[in-house]
Design a protein around this ligand. Sequence first.
Ligand code: ADP
Ligand code: MG
Length: 226
Amino acid sequence: LLSSLVKHEKLETVSNFAASVSHELRNPIQSIKGFVQLMKEHEYSRDKQLEFYDTMLSEIKAADQLIEDYLVFAKPVFAKLETVSVKTEVEHVVKVLKPFASWQKVEIQLLKNGGDAHILADRQKFHQALINIIRNGIEAMPAGGTFKIQIKQSASKVAIILMDEGIGMSKEEVQRLGEPYFSTKSKGTGLGMMVAYSIVRQMNGEIGVHSEKGKGTVFNVEFPLV
Ligand code: ADP
Ligand code: MG
């Protein structure tokens, strides 16, 4: 059911990204700077001011999003690999995303499962990969819904299955997942999935995707057990 999708060729570009992202950050910062200067030099009507504030807020949001999606590359090397419990780390990520989810009227369900699989991970980066995938799932449900997470352990592997009931993707969109700057969102960075693929690959994991337009998307993130 889950078609495996590995992005090798596109990840080669990742190392050049620090420069590219700082360049991207300059756009919103320059724009905010411009508005502040304008408002310092002229007396604007309240309506005009409010319009400027809204634009500035949305530029700040864009910069913030870029930093959030990309945070992980601030430290390009995997700090320390340690043995972590998948369940514990997933629970942590769910807690972190709760406020964002409830704001979007999405309930995150962590389906009960007996096992306690352990994998080798850089904790922070593992969180970042999961957060980037789950955040997309939540964003794919503009009218709210349920986001389900299941942890499945087999003899040598553990799979984290992340399921949304959102807008889904076409075949072409699934193909382009992980491509730098590929985004269908008006204020998207198109970096979240690239970062997620890169981290999972560095952890010797794999990501499989199954998506249906109008139905939802399932991400299957697999890692070798310790
Ligand atoms: P961004 O979220 O900033 O657009 P990402 O790299 O996180 O960038 O995602 C790239 C694109 O992949 C999104 O714009 C969206 O089109 C698509 N996508 C990713 N996850 C999902 C999902 N769960 N449901 C629908 N589309 C998705
Ligand atoms: Mg995203």
